[in-house]
Design a protein. Structure first.
Length: 523
């Protein structure tokens, strides 16, 4: 097995033309080598957004003067620097920050996912770990990406650290996706359990991250600018690794250093929309009613500098570069894929059909009607930065293999009680869509992966599929539609071809949403 893997690794680095063999056996080997190449491309994409190097690019310290530069702003350090952080990518950010700041750092507290230190140690990622005798205290919590008692303890320690700062101090705040669950401090009388239940219900009913975090902010002491308020009058610099489409600082990790602009009416509208208003716990009603009559009004954040240090766009730019180096014509379609996973899957299925027909100029290719359907689907998804026309034009001129790249975060409305995640569900749905039409003389592969390495509550990062998926699954007695009906994509991929289509990276220590790769190889 090890030897076979080595051969595959070697093949994966081979020029593309060597991988496009003919004949059934050669095609099977070629298919495995291509899958390995795609997997490596995913790993390079994630590598481009590892938190340490991004932080080092954003901060510079003059060791002689003690001047800390962040963008065009300078801060004088003199035993006055404190650090807090929360999110899936914060351990590596904190390690890089401590390395850079050395003795200037007085004290820090971070809240990171349960098991992340052991995972980094196991993977030999020493650069992601704090040194022994670090000045930064680490709390691990929020198992399954849900706020829990451990995360609550971390949030209280972070608040305590912030509250005692003075006007001479600087608070460095490290923020990344997953930060909301890792910084729970519900406003009493709302309890942690009540907040957890409400968050779970909203997520399961398909609420967007903007909606979810509007509610989280209204019920939290630290979100929606609360942390910045606690740290006042200290200066605050937030370094943010974005995991939300468009990089909105007020949404990422529920904007703890950004004043919230939402009012109670916004919250009630959202709760109504997902049928949750009538059954709200009394405590939630009380807090919402108080917020409406709060004499202090919203928090102000004039003492804060918020800086985005990395995003999905950066990851896709690297993927594009790497794919081109491997011989593909690579185009970034969008960094803002959002919407219901079913519509997103239809879009990719139809895109493969239309792009495949253009690539091979195949007579039985996509009709004008399918072209129009694709445009309609794209319009329904309302993707602000979609480069569909440009991508299809590039495909026509390609004359060789093509890689269409996109990123974002579709939403899944849970209807069943199976095991899965956004990426595996999307891949499975795209696999089913690809099997619906004849694609002509073109090989297709679609991959969807979460850059954090964990897709929903599963150990996989995502999965990859080919048009033969449904028919091959049927030969193993697996019915794709039945698995989809129960949101059971992970169970499907574990069983299908012995799990060969699952993408396993382990926790990556970063988080810039999901990436989608659509490959087309003319035969
Ligand atoms: N069985 C399932 N099938 C498909 N999707 C699921 C399933 N169970 C949970 N999910 C989806 O997984 C998502 C949660 O995944 P995950 O924990 O990776 O969160 P995330 O959105 O990446 O977290 P964050 O944005 O906080 O980093 C939710 O959107 C939920 O709908
Ligand atoms: O933590 C959160 O709120 C999400 O990951 C979005 O940033």
């Amino acid at each position: 097995m090890a030897t076979a893997l080595q051969v595959l690794r070697h093949l994966a680095q081979a020029p593309l033309r060597l991988l496009l063999w003919r004949g059934p056996l050669a095609r099977l080997a070629s298919s495995m080598a291509l899958a390995e190449q795609v997997r490596q491309l995913f790993e390079s994409t994630v590598h481009a957004v590892l938190p340490g190097p991004l932080l080092q690019r954003a901060l510079s310290l003059d060791p002689d003067t003690g001047q800390l530069k962040v963008r065009d702003r300078s801060f004088q350090l003199q035993q006055n620097l404190y650090l807090v952080g929360f999110g899936k990518a914060v351990l590596g950010m904190a390690a890089a920050a401590e390395e850079l700041l050395g003795q200037h750092l007085v004290q820090g507290v971070i809240s990171v996912p349960k098991g992340i230190r052991a995972a980094m140690e196991c993977a030999g990622k020493q650069e992601m770990l704090l040194k022994p005798h670090s000045r930064i205290q680490v709390f691990e919590g929020a198992e399954g990406n849900l706020p829990d008692r451990d995360a609550l303890r971390a949030a209280l320690a972070i608040r305590q650290l912030a509250e005692v700062l003075t006007a001479d101090d600087l608070l460095l705040v490290l923020i990344s996706g997953g930060g909301s669950a890792l910084l729970p401090a519900p406003i009493p009388p709302v309890t942690l359990e009540e907040k957890q239940t409400l968050t779970k219900l909203l997520a399961a009913r398909g609420a967007t991250i903007q909606e979810l975090n509007t509610i989280r902010k209204a019920l939290s002491q630290l979100k929606g600018g609360g942390l910045a308020q606690a740290a006042y009058p200290a200066q605050v610099v937030s370094l943010i690794l974005s995991d939300v489409v468009g990089d909105p600082v007020e949404v990422i990790a529920s904007g703890p250093t950004v004043a919230s602009v939402h009012n109670v009416q916004d919250c009630l509208y959202i709760l109504n929309r997902y049928g949750l208003r009538a059954a709200l716990p009394r405590s939630v009603k009380t807090v919402l009613a108080q917020a409406d009559s709060d004499p202090h009004g919203p928090h102000t954040c004039g003492h804060v500098l918020n800086v985005i240090i990395g995003s999905n766009a950066l990851a896709l730019a690297e993927a594009q570069k790497q794919a081109e180096a491997l011989g593909y014509r690579a185009v970034v379609l969008s960094t803002a894929i959002q919407g219901d996973v079913k519509s997103v899957a239809q879009f990719y299925g139809l895109l493969a059909r239309v792009a495949g027909a253009r690539l091979t100029q195949h007579g039985a290719g996509a009709s004008v009607k399918e072209d129009e359907q694709l445009q309609e689907l794209a319009a329904q998804l309302q993707l602000p930065d979609l480069q569909l026309k440009g991508a299809l034009e590039a495909v026509v001129c390609a004359r060789g293999p093509v890689c269409l790249l996109a990123g974002g975060e579709p939403t899944v409305q849970l209807e069943g009680s199976g095991r899965g995640g956004r990426n595996q569900e999307l891949a499975l749905r795209v696999g089913a869509e690809l099997g619906r039409w004849p694609l002509g003389p073109v090989d297709v592969l679609f991959l969807s992966g979460g850059t954090d390495g964990q897709d929903g509550p599963t150990a996989a990062a995502g999965a990859w599929v080919r048009p033969e998926l449904a028919s091959q699954a049927a030969t193993e007695g697996l019915d794709v539609a039945a698995f989809l009906a129960h949101n059971d994509s992970h169970t499907f991929f574990c069983r299908f071809q012995g799990g060969a289509h699952l993408l396993h990276t382990g926790l990556t220590g970063t988080n810039v949403m999901d990436v989608h790769f659509l490959f087309l190889w003319p035969r």
